[in-house]
Write a protein that binds this ligand. Structure first.
Ligand code: NAP
Length: 356
């Protein structure tokens, strides 16, 4: 007789379900037997799989309360929504308001709530502002505000006091994985840039700052991040802690770029600094002809391009990495080879007929 009791079922509320992070998290949760999954975003989604989707505008307090306040079964909130804005200061109000609206809607109505997981990034360390201390550690002092990631964490810390649930904060580097229509998607930037370079018979030129080609950086695979996020949310040793989550290796574009070019059947030429947002602005018609010519799924040019984010990442002419050992010390031991990660994502994009 099997004396093992089945693990109690858990209900994940994934906020930001269409994002590069939220979408990959749902895909991972769907593989686990003991989770029910509810995905939340403005666009909603197709509820035919194991996840069901709710379309909500989290900036609208009333809409959020009405649609999420009835979800009394939620045990875990995974918060990975994001509102893009042109300046760091403008990011604060909408991104804090969305988290507050979610917690206000769920917490009083979900008595079994155990955990709130907050997705952050190296902005906590000021990585977006300029050369920052590397390796960045979870214990590093905060920088001068405005910083929405810190405001979000402080809100959760205050709200958690005296309650039965715990929080974790996950701090990945640049996150790489499949997603469409996202403002921050580096793998897609490279894949579309390389595909268009090929279509035009051009070599693959690194478009970033000269120093960025040689600086040391790291990435975070979206699948690895999903597994780390669920681990941290369910291992009680991690309660009320922040963790850097990284692939575990470092690289320089000067070594990786030629390998990416080779994967696309391209030569490389010396780097040439240019703004992708500017030079790729007129490539929409070309993209449409490529979709037709190569029999691709007809994704709009807007949905496959996040050139501003590409310009941002390729401007980092300083080291960009964090210490990933805290998560290992607490029990998460996975790592991923970054070169293999990029090549796997490009293969996946070809299989999905997103690129030729
Ligand atoms: N991408 C990266 O490389 C990266 C790296 C490190 C850290 N991070 C951090 O991780 C977090 C998530 O980033 P991400 O790149 O996964 O973002 P993303 O791809 O832009 O996804 C954001 C999600 O939020 C939803 N959303 C936006 N506004 C909403 C609203 N008003 N109401 C309901 N849903 C809304 C979007 O769906 P709809 O459009 O359907 O509403 C989408 O599902 C952010 O805090 C980001 O700073 C990202």
């Amino acid at each position: 007789m099997d004396t093992k009791e089945a693990a109690p079922r858990k209900t994940a509320l994934v906020i930001g379900a269409n994002g590069v992070i939220g979408g990959n998290l749902i895909e991972y949760l769907e593989q686990l037997p003991d989770w029910d999954i509810i995905g939340v975003s403005r666009r909603g989604g197709d509820s035919s799989g194991r996840a069901r989707y709710i379309a909500v505008d989290l900036l609208n307090e009333g809409d959020t309360r009405e649609k999420l306040g009835i979800l009394s079964q939620v045990t875990h909130i995974f918060y990975a929504a994001y509102q893009d804005r042109p300046t760091w200061a403008e990011l604060v109000p909408p991104n804090l308001a969305m988290l507050v609206n979610v917690v206000n809607a769920i917490e009083p109505n979900a008595p079994k709530l155990q955990h709130i997981s907050l997705m952050q990034g190296y902005k906590v360390y000021g990585a977006h502002l300029g050369p920052f201390k590397t390796p960045a550690r979870e214990t590093d002092a905060y920088h001068m505000p405005p910083e929405f990631n810190v405001d979000q964490q402080q809100f959760l810390e205050q709200r958690q006091r005296g309650s039965n649930w715990t929080w974790t904060a996950l701090r990945p580097s640049v996150v790489c994985g499949f997603a469409l229509g996202n403002p921050m998607n580096l793998a897609m930037v490279i894949a579309i840039y390389a595909s268009i370079s090929k279509e035009l018979g051009l070599p693959l030129r690194f478009p970033g700052k000269p120093g960025a080609y040689n600086s040391l950086l790291e990435m975070t695979d979206a699948g690895l991040l999903s597994r780390a996020t669920v681990w941290a949310a369910t291992d009680e040793r991690c309660a009320n802690q922040a963790f850097n989550i990284t692939n575990g290796d470092l690289f320089r574009w000067n070594e990786l770029w030629p390998k990416i070019a080779f994967n696309f059947g391209l030569e490389t030429a010396p780097p040439l600094q240019m703004s992708l947002e500017v030079v790729m602005a007129d490539k929409e018609e070309l993209w449409k002809t490529m979709v037709e010519k190569h029999g691709l799924v007809s994704n709009s040019y807007k949905d496959v391009s996040s050139w501003r984010f590409g310009d941002f990442v390729f401007s980092w002419d300083y080291d960009f990495f964090a210490d990933g050992t805290k998560a290992r010390r607490f029990g998460f031991h996975e790592f991923i080879d970054t070169e293999a990660m990029f090549l796997n994502i490009f293969d996946d994009l070809r299989r999905r007929k997103v690129i030729p």
